[in-house]
Write a protein that binds this ligand. Structure first.
Ligand code: FES
Length: 202
């Protein structure tokens, strides 16, 4: 099959077997993929990548599921400013994943931040359309509400972050080098940095 997808910001058009796992495609075709695999699949978590913003084990994703996907390996993600938010949070909390799982845990944290973002965005747009029988807000009121919500999120960090979500996503990486409570602090802080950066730009 022909696979058209974006990998680390570059467009690829590859001829591959439709069942070939993404981890193998990346290893064979993309230089920027230093996966440090320790297993035969679904055990170590070292092959994690971002697919359309969500963490996924690349050893389990076949090519036929990837047409049109946007894929980021850790090497590609490291070059983005989003990675810097997480690195800053590691430094400020004074803890970070061990070298073995640093790439995969960082990818998972980014995936969690994206999920929180989506949740917050849908909460804001649900409020805007006046769902649930409430009268619709005027454009000015909508802008005020949105700005207030944005400001509140910037002040309080993620707001909607749940320990269950973190535990669920972190289960993709088998390494237990860092406490869940520290990961929660890191995610909160990284989200705060990201929100501040966005607020400065808007
Ligand atoms: S290679 Fe170990 S989980 Fe994918």
């Amino acid at each position: 099959m022909r696979l058209n997808c974006n990998i680390n910001g570059s467009q690829y058009s590859l001829v591959v077997n439709s069942d070939k796992p993404l981890s193998v495609i990346l290893r064979e075709q993309v230089l920027a993929f230093a996966e440090n695999s320790q297993c035969q699949g679904a055990q170590c978590g070292n092959c994690l990548v971002l697919i359309n913003g969500s963490a996924a084990l690349s050893c389990l994703i076949p090519a036929f599921k990837l047409n049109g996907a946007s894929i980021l390996t850790f090497e590609g993600f490291q070059k983005t400013r989003f990675c810097h938010d997480i690195e800053r949070a590691y430094a400020d909390i004074g803890n970070q994943p061990c070298p073995q799982c640093y790439p995969s845990k960082t990818i998972i944290i980014e995936s969690i931040l994206n999920k929180i973002d989506k949740e917050n965005q849908s909460r804001i747009s649900g409020f805007r359309i006046g769902s649930g029988g409430h009268p619709e807000l005027s454009q000015n009121q909508q802008n005020d509400s949105s700005a207030n919500e944005q400001a509140a999120r910037s002040r309080s960090g993620t707001g909607s972050i749940s320990s269950e979500l973190i535990a669920q996503e972190m289960a993709m990486s088998s390494c237990q080098c860092i406490e869940l409570s520290d990961l929660e602090k890191i995610i909160n802080l990284a989200y705060k940095y990201r929100s501040r950066r966005r607020a400065r730009r808007s």
